[in-house]
Design a protein around this ligand. Structure first.
Ligand SMILES: Nc1ncnc2c1ncn2[C@@H]1O[C@H](COP(=O)(O)OP(=O)(O)OP(=O)(O)O)[C@@H](O)[C@H]1O
Ligand SMILES: [Mg+2]
Length: 291
């Protein structure tokens, strides 16, 4: 009898402990057209959020392409593929970035998230669960476009941030991306970042245009997360493999990132984040149903 009561007490305590751990919010960064600034945005936002006291992990879901490693000058030796194959633990593949952010190198081909054995799934979930509550945000840097490799990550995220620039193909392709997300039944909150504009007003105009078309044709409301102006310091920082927010904290692009941090921290989310575990389970589900 005593044992039984003790066991119940332990169980209740465990559930309460679990509840009190704050859940990680998953923000995926996407774009219709490539090369618009996703990776720079993700890394610099991660650093600014970390400086604001949040704990951040960046998940590089577009590995194989020149990405986080290039912007930060860190090259991963091991990736999620090694974890899936049981050769490394998640802890072992995570890299330390500046300011205490962590980087999780995704697998070099997302086919690896397809046809996982039950044992591989259990192993991944067990390790992934240890990350729950460790981080306030996981920022997922994805590839451009509407390939299922990308869409599956976006469908699994709590929030999708779509980045676009004033170039017409970028505007059109961002609409195309949002359309695919809506058609696939996305439940993520969709927000726009207009990058490389000449001034705020240009950014607002572009936002209003896209939001109007999305509302009219897809019947979905999207929000503006922020505007970042074109800034030569961005490419100067990229050449030095240093994040611009650390190299040039007072430059225009850094100010754009800081105002986005304010928006993120002050806009109360429309719905609670699903946490790391739900993100992993949804990724596995989407990858295994679209192949
Ligand atoms: N606000 C900005 N001002 C000036 N240049 C910028 C700005 N944002 C991005 N860039 C330029 O755009 C280039 C591409 O950026 P980045 O690699 O972040 O794009 P991406 O969307 O991740 O590309 P890909 O689709 O290939 O992954 C950068 O090297 C930088 O020179
Ligand atoms: Mg990129």
């Amino acid at each position: 009898m005593r044992d039984q009561a003790e066991r119940l007490r332990q169980l209740a305590k465990k559930n309460i402990d679990d509840l009190s751990r704050s859940e990680t919010r998953v923000i995926a960064v996407a774009s219709g057209k490539g090369g618009v600034g996703k990776t720079n945005f993700t890394v610099n936002l991660a650093l600014a959020l970390q400086k604001a006291g949040k704990k951040i992990i960046v998940f590089d879901a577009d590995l194989g392409m020149a990405n986080i490693d290039v912007v930060l000058g860190v090259v991963p030796s091991f990736t999620l593929t090694h974890v899936i194959k049981g050769q490394k633990t998640l802890e072992e593949i995570m890299l330390d970035g500046p300011e205490g952010i962590k980087i999780l190198p995704g697998s070099s081909g997302s086919e690896e998230l397809v046809y996982l054995s039950d044992q591989q799934i259990q192993n991944l979930i067990r390790q992934w669960n240890n990350l729950e509550g460790e981080f306030d945000y996981i920022l997922v840097d994805t590839g451009a476009g509407i390939h299922s490799n990308v869409i599956n990550f976006l469908l699994a995220a709590d929030d999708v941030v779509v980045i676009l620039t004033p170039e017409p193909p970028s505007i059109t392709d961002s609409y195309g991306l949002i359309k695919v997300l809506v058609q696939r039944g996305s439940t993520s909150t969709i927000r726009l970042v207009i990058n490389q504009v000449s001034n705020e007003e240009e950014g607002r105009k572009i936002f209003r245009r896209v939001a109007k078309v999305v509302d009219e044709f897809l019947n979905v409301k999207i929000d503006l997360l922020g505007i970042i102006t074109f800034d030569e310091k961005v490419s100067a920082a990229v050449k030095r493999q240093k994040p611009f927010i650390l190299e040039y904290p007072n430059t225009k692009a850094s100010k754009g990132i800081y105002s986005i941090v304010d928006n993120l921290l002050n806009q109360s989310p429309k719905k609670a984040g699903g946490g790391m575990k739900k993100f992993l389970l949804k990724m596995i589900k989407f990858f295994n149903s679209s192949s």
